[in-house]
Design a binder for this molecule. Sequence first.
Ligand SMILES: [Zn+2]
Length: 686
Amino acid sequence: MNENIPAEVIAEVEDLRRRINRANYLYYVKDQPEISDAEYDRLMRRLLELEEKYPSLVTPDSPTQRVGAPPLDEFPVHEHIVPMLSLQNAFSEEELRAFDERCKRFLDMPLDSDIEYCCELKFDGLAVSLTYIDGVLVTGATRGDGYRGENVTENLRTIRTIPLNLHHTKDESKPDFKPIPRLVEVRGEVILRHDEFRRINEEREMSGEPTFANPRNAAAGSVRQLDSRVTARRRLTMYCYGIGACEGVEFETQYQILRTLDSWGFLVNPNIRKCQNIDEAVDFVREWQTKKEDLDYDIDGVVVKVNSIDLQNRLGYVARSPRWAVAYKYPAHQATTRVINIRVQVGRTGALTPVADLEPVEVGGVTVSRATLHNEDEIRRKDVRIGDTVVVQRAGDVIPEIVEVVKEKRTGQEKEFVMPSKCPVCGADVIRLPGEAIARCTGIACPAQLKERIVHFASREGMDIEHVGPALVDQLVEKGLVKDPADLYYLNVEDLASLERMGEKSARNVIDAIEKSKSAPLARLIYALGIRHVGERTAAALAERFGSIDALKNATEEELASVPDVGPVVAKSIATFFRQSETEEVLRKLKAAGIDPKSEKRRVSDVFADKTVVFTGGLSSMTREEAESIVFQLGGKPSSSVSRNTDLVVVGENPGSKLERARSLGVKVVTEDEFLAMLREAGVEV
Ligand SMILES: [Zn+2]
């Protein structure tokens, strides 16, 4: 079928895929990028272009296939070759030691001898199985009932840490080198990191969709999405930890399996330990009891596996669980308490979020007196009423939530929550649009929204202004000292010293902190402005691309949408934000106060910076669009017509009248080769 495709095209496609796969692996799995984003985009665009021209070259393992496919009506069934069985649980150290003892008895080992264990974290996500044939990902499926799961291949393909084809990262001479098997089922867990979980929920809240209760639900919901393009927009991660069916490769230990998965390009969690005996395994479990709080993803326990595969085979299975492994579950951070009241908080976008005030209760070492209820529908679904006894739960650094109502404890005195029709802060009407889960305050001068906007502006992820938190912002807004975020920079010591509980010394500290924040980098300023849909990551991408607030403000929606992470909705939101007269005023005041950061991270040499570049004639090494995009990424301004303001005209084959015009205006003209040399000088690989 490839007879009409020139051999050099096939070779180029293969080379592009190899380079893109390597870049993906280094970026997502190893966290050590080797090429710039611009270069990555260029490789990807070239591959897309060739695949579009020669569709028969598109293979399922091409990196272009990570973007998601059109929606399905339902998922096909996938049968696991080796079933994915569940593990027996242990809830105490005694139960762990009892497991060790059971293994020894079964193996006829003396009870004072040692079994070596491999300890791993137990991720709180969705278990899936990936099947590779000849090193190519052919199917990905959920665990389902252990024997049959749902075929979610298209969705899993969008996860960047899952290799579409396997490659060796270890050289053959290494003692534990394992060739890639003809067929292998790789098992692991799809998880969502906390920052991404928060980003998704923030986005859903803004668009009026119900938020996810926890990262596990969000991960499961994303993997079981009938529209894989939705999955592609959520940055899921997969940690691999096991092998099901495997043809032609043998392993001696579980630890070796983990090392091998790593060497084949999978993401393996680094927190694994080979333990000489059950005592060391117990130590590992104790250690992670506290350390887990510092992880940026959720785990709910530790998995302890007999390390030797030989011993595993001798131990075999009982009922539907292996005898050679146990899942130690940390006690869930749950407690029972009473709902004193349900009130609403008004956020910076005007969203009204119901919050339950609780009788303070200790949950996993932290006193909890409040839990989010997300929205009205969530309250109805859980049927939470004022006065109810409820079970509250806290996981990681996620806000505590109400798991369920203890209905047996109802007395009949409980009161149902009613969403207020007026904003509790400014009195403006509250609306809830059809199809939206979120009710919003319509008040244009709502002080609650203003307060939240300023708190957000000063937050650690924003301008990072120490001492400027909710309590101080409350006073500043109520006294009329601050009417927008920029007003912070016009406060003086006397203004602050006039506030309650604020001496001259603290006032001076606040002023110093505000002064210090003036040097915040551009990405943080963009985030701090609180543009709808612009989270930290998007702000960083915008800062890198545009380099200054002015450039960002002047960007068209098309330019904005060409930034990684920014789709048409976000681009529109940014453009709309900068068109507001309030925005204009805030930016003017910020600039006057000396705040106008330039991006520190811009990987741009000054070869093209701020230069207007025009192309005429055909280029042989890339398309016009590619060339323009590269120039744009390097800080230049591609343009289609030659004028006195043009800095450079690049001439390809059969140039048009633009060349004559350039000559008559005395504009600098270069050939394609000279242009390529300039690109190399600017650090672009061409
Ligand atoms: Zn309001």
